[in-house]
Structures are given as structure tokens and as C-alpha cells.
Design a protein around this ligand. Structure first.
Ligand SMILES: [Zn+2]
Length: 101
């Protein structure tokens, strides 16, 4: 019994959405899996539309950031925001500490 059926339930639908979105944007399965923190097999299932979380489609909304039909908060935009945020954090870290009193 090497299978763990609970794994599916641990994967948030938003992550499945994120993988779907990355695949739609032309990323390879391996890359989409890596970016969203899932294994390749999961990304492959999503690419085929066979992932268990794709069956119960919740209400999608049009993302104001990327225009995709997603579950808010949009994971892809969140990921992008974090990437640009890391730059800001470097800026803050480089400021002299005496500027805050
Ligand atoms: Zn978005």
C-alpha cells in the first residue's frame, strides 16, 4: 500500500488552478510543477484535465491582474507580486537603520 489517497485533499484547488494557468501560458509540465510546488505527475494529470480537483469546479472570477478565470486571490498574480516584492525588501534592508526613530 504505497498510495496515499489523502494527498489529493491536501492540494488546494488554487494550486491546481495555478498549474493550469502556467500550462496555458506555455510552461512545460515540469516547470509548472516546480513553480507551484507539486510533483510532475500531478502537473501531468492537470494538463490532461484528469486531476481530481478539476472535477468539482468552484466559482471562478475574472482576475483583475492577469485576466484569467481563477479563484481569488489569484495564485499566479500573488506569485508575481512576491517576486517584485523581494526587490522592495532589499531596498528597505539597504536603508540606514537611523531613518526609523
Ligand atoms: Zn491573476
Amino acid at each position: 500500500m504505497g498510495r496515499n489517497p489523502q494527498r489529493h485533499h491536501l492540494l488546494p484547488v488554487s494550486v491546481v488552478q495555478g498549474v493550469e494557468r502556467l500550462l496555458q501560458e506555455g510552461h512545460r509540465r515540469a516547470k509548472a510543477a516546480q513553480l507551484m510546488g507539486v510533483d510532475w505527475k500531478t502537473a501531468d494529470q492537470i494538463a490532461r484535465g484528469r486531476h481530481i480537483k478539476q472535477r468539482d469546479k468552484p466559482c471562478y472570477v475574472r482576475c483583475p491582474g492577469c485576466g484569467g478565470l481563477v479563484l481569488l486571490p489569484c495564485l499566479l498574480c500573488d506569485l508575481r507580486a512576491k517576486q517584485s516584492q523581494s526587490r522592495t525588501l532589499v531596498d528597505i534592508a539597504q536603508r540606514p537603520p537611523d531613518s526609523v526613530s
